[in-house]
Write a protein that binds this ligand. Structure first.
Ligand SMILES: *Cc1c(COP(=O)(O)O)cnc(C)c1O
Length: 392
């Protein structure tokens, strides 16, 4: 018998009924400290008063009209993003996957319009995650995602993460773009070092191809800058955003330069819900908070506190934890025991974390987490580690 919900998820035996700030309450009244934030989504925690107000105010006014008409809230959010980033123009989607779809279409259209319809190939990296659509899984290229789902969409070339020679060898006269996450999320909080991102920018420029950054997970303040590319000083041609920008409301975006977006004229792309007033009202409010330089410097300060606490845990439990990786509040704890055991021991200690590849446990708290809650997190992770210690 099949459950009434298609059983594609391996769910933890937990269900939450309410949340405030960094805390979630289960249906049986237990309080969990949320260090997953719905996979880097609840950037301002749960039930942030400004977000509740933005959503309810918009909900009382107007929910949906469609992109047949101008949408004031969409204009506001687009202008904010253009002001705050490299981008000249923005298209709104409902998810990261949809943003990925448009980024790929845009890169191909760019070369088509330049008279190079053969330049369609997108170079991607192993460990990448770009969503679960046909293009998204082809871009990621992992066996686990593509097996059984028919012909893999052509036009993607995977190269190993962090190696120069295979990347150089992968460029041909069919290449359109390089697509990369500045910090891989699902791939295990693997960061592209600043000098490599600079090198990648030069590499794309020298071959006349586009650089597409997937900041769906690492963007919107998560890395301690508004967008992770800012750490390196380079700018992409196209960038995908989602997760954190909606603070829990489903919204995504593709940001692009005027040049890269040149081919995307009326009728070339669309979405019924993309840029819907509800999502844009919430997105604007998230961005107003997160783009404040003081807010971002606080993210970095909190990151320091978390690193300090975790450093202590590594010293206390050298058989369980290996190292801390990541940037800002996109933190990975590489484990020596199975990472899923650490996540599960966390459930018993009432702290939520998220597993990733490379035996990493992701710690992705709300960006406005209270200092006190960082201490509680370290205590609860200590409790989790202690429970595992007896098994090692
Ligand atoms: C989550 C994620 C996506 C897919 O986003 P959805 O909103 O789940 O469609 C794409 N890229 C990266 C880097 C992600 O972390």
């Amino acid at each position: 018998m099949i459950p009434s919900i298609l059983p594609t998820y391996n769910r933890a035996p937990l269900s939450f009924v309410s949340g405030t700030g960094s805390w979630l309450t289960t249906d049986d009244g237990r309080r969990f400290l949320d260090f997953g934030a719905g996979i880097a989504v609840n950037s301002l925690g749960h039930a942030h008063p400004a977000l509740v107000e933005a959503l309810t105010e918009q909900a009382a006014q107007l929910w949906h009209t469609s992109n047949l008409y101008h949408i004031p809230a969409q204009q506001t959010l687009a202008d904010q993003l253009v002001d705050l980033t490299f981008a000249d123009t923005v298209f709104f989607t409902n998810s990261g996957t949809e943003a990925c779809e448009l980024a790929i279409k845009m890169a191909r259209k760019y070369f088509y319009d330049k008279g190079h319809p053969e330049q369609v190939e997108i170079i991607t990296f192993d460990g990448a995650f770009h969503g679960r659509s046909s293009a998204g899984i082809a871009a990621a290229g992992s066996e686990k995602m593509i097996k059984g789902f028919g012909p893999v969409l052509p036009g993607f070339v995977q190269v190993p993460f962090g190696q120069h020679d295979p990347l150089h060898a992968a460029v041909t006269d069919k290449t359109a773009a390089v697509l990369i996450e500045p910090i891989q999320g699902e791939g295990g909080i693997r960061r592209v070092p600043d000098h490599c991102l600079k090198g990648l920018r030069d590499f794309c420029d020298s071959h006349g191809i586009l650089l597409i950054l997937d900041e769906v997970q690492c963007g919107v303040g998560r890395s301690g800058k508004l967008f992770a590319y800012e750490w390196s000083g380079i700018e992409p041609d196209i960038m995908m955003v989602a997760k954190g920008i909606g603070g829990g409301f489903p919204i995504g975006a593709v940001l692009a330069t005027k040049d890269a977006a040149n081919g995307m004229t009326a009728g070339t792309h669309g979405s019924t819900y993309g840029g819907n007033p509800l999502g844009c009202a919430v997105g604007s409010t998230v961005l107003n908070h997160v783009s404040d330089p003081e807010f971002l410097s606080d993210v970095n300060r909190k990151s320091g506190l978390l690193h300090q606490g975790l450093g202590g845990l590594i010293a206390e439990f050298p058989d369980i934890f290996d190292e801390i990786i990541g940037l800002g509040l996109m933190v990975g704890l590489r484990c020596k025991v199975n990472n899923m055991d650490v996540v599960k021991a966390g459930y018993d200690a009432e702290i939520l974390t998220v597993p990733a590849a490379e035996n990493v446990v992701r710690l992705l708290p709300a960006l406005n987490i209270a200092d006190e809650d960082i201490k509680v997190a370290v205590d609860r992770l200590r409790k989790a580690a202690t429970s595992l210690q007896s098994d090692v």
